[in-house]
Design a protein around this ligand. Sequence first.
Ligand code: ZN
Ligand code: ZN
Ligand code: ZN
Ligand code: ZN
Length: 217
Amino acid sequence: MKLVIYGVPCNHHADGTLPTSAELYHELGQNAHLKGWNMLDHPNWVKSALLNPSKTKSSFSFALHDMEGKLNQALCTPCYIFGKACKIKRTQSYIQHCQCERCFMLTHNTVECRCPTDYKRCGICSKLRHLQLEHKATHCPWLHPTIKCDCAPNCFNCRYQGLPTKGHYAFGDNCPLKKNMHHHGSALVPPLPQPQAQPTLAPLAAVTKPAPTFTSI
Ligand SMILES: [Zn+2]
Ligand SMILES: [Zn+2]
Ligand SMILES: [Zn+2]
Ligand SMILES: [Zn+2]
């Protein structure tokens, strides 16, 4: 679950640098309602904070593992960063491109993947223990007259769903399941302001209510 926290004071260090990931992480950890959460990646300032040193308030993103639906609580409870109440929102891009790059499932993204770190799955034949870059004709269930695989693209995610599988790979953006997810996501979620494109931050009192919780498809 990728989240963005808005309205964070840019407490620059004496040398002009922004607080580090570790410092942001520490600040997040000071919030009782976030304690014990599984942090999946380190907090990172949005680009505009890094590019514009005169900014006094900005945003940073981080990823949490949503346990027992505690996410909604995090979205409703003010989060204190450097003594200032900030607002957490989920990022929209997460819903539009939810595909795990490791196992190609459409139910979670790469940071949330529960597969072991040495897990390998081929996006071409869906077999384990090799990556698509390492895919060879010998991985295919039939004999190839050549060493190189010349199979037509087909998608194992669509196969599981009983959909036509030919003409694309599970990792391709042209997979109809991914296209559907894109529409599904944007239909249900009101567009969130993109942190990069936002010239000024909305006052905290005027923030919209949290986006509805998603059930995976
Ligand atoms: Zn995965
Ligand atoms: Zn393969
Ligand atoms: Zn093949
Ligand atoms: Zn597909």
